[in-house]
Design a protein. Sequence first.
Length: 248
Amino acid sequence: MRKGMLVASLAASVCSLSAQAEMVSLSATRDATIYESTTGEVANGAGQYLFAGRTNQNLARRALVHFDIASAIPDGATITSARLILNISQANGGVRDVFLHRAAALWTTGASNPDGTESLGATPELGDTTWTYASYGPPGAGQWKAAGGDYIPFWSAVTATTTSGLQTWQSIGLTNDVRAFAEDASLNLGWFLLGDESVAGTSRRFDSADSAAFGGIVPRLEIEFEPVPAPGAVALLVLAGFVSRRRR
């Protein structure tokens, strides 16, 4: 009986050491808005806002966001869930779906910073992403394959956004994206945020990674994971197995 109690005690100790989930909260490393334009000469790489949806003038806006995931998750950890959180500071059209799609091409951000409400964008700077350029530069260099950006057609997550406050995207698709990005950083091209583009007047304005200086709430990605069991837990597990065999 004493041996049985010892095995049970060791097993409980192993569980307490190995099953403690942890959570990391990441701020966006870069983000931007691309503005529908035939010339591709509109950008917003360093403004305090991001936009997604259609304006009252029926022009599309799409946001991009990226997080450094691989360096934040320990090797061998098991990611159990992930959620993306952004803050809406202004919106039109009541409750509207906003979809999260994996980006399918590398994009960069520049120093463009629109005036005022930022709704019209600014002249692109070197390295900005625009409606036609993944990375703005010499003519023909760094262009998207398709105007409006290259992204995976099937969305990873969707949420019915309201007109203000914190909005959360959480799904198995998003979690799977984060798992893939943690395992292979080269796959991490970030995500597109696509609003309701079926009608005019659906645009949402989110706080960007550059909004903290203005009192904004920066985009963040919260990841829950179970770390690799500590050496002590592995030793206890081996000992529990040994005691159990001796008891039999």
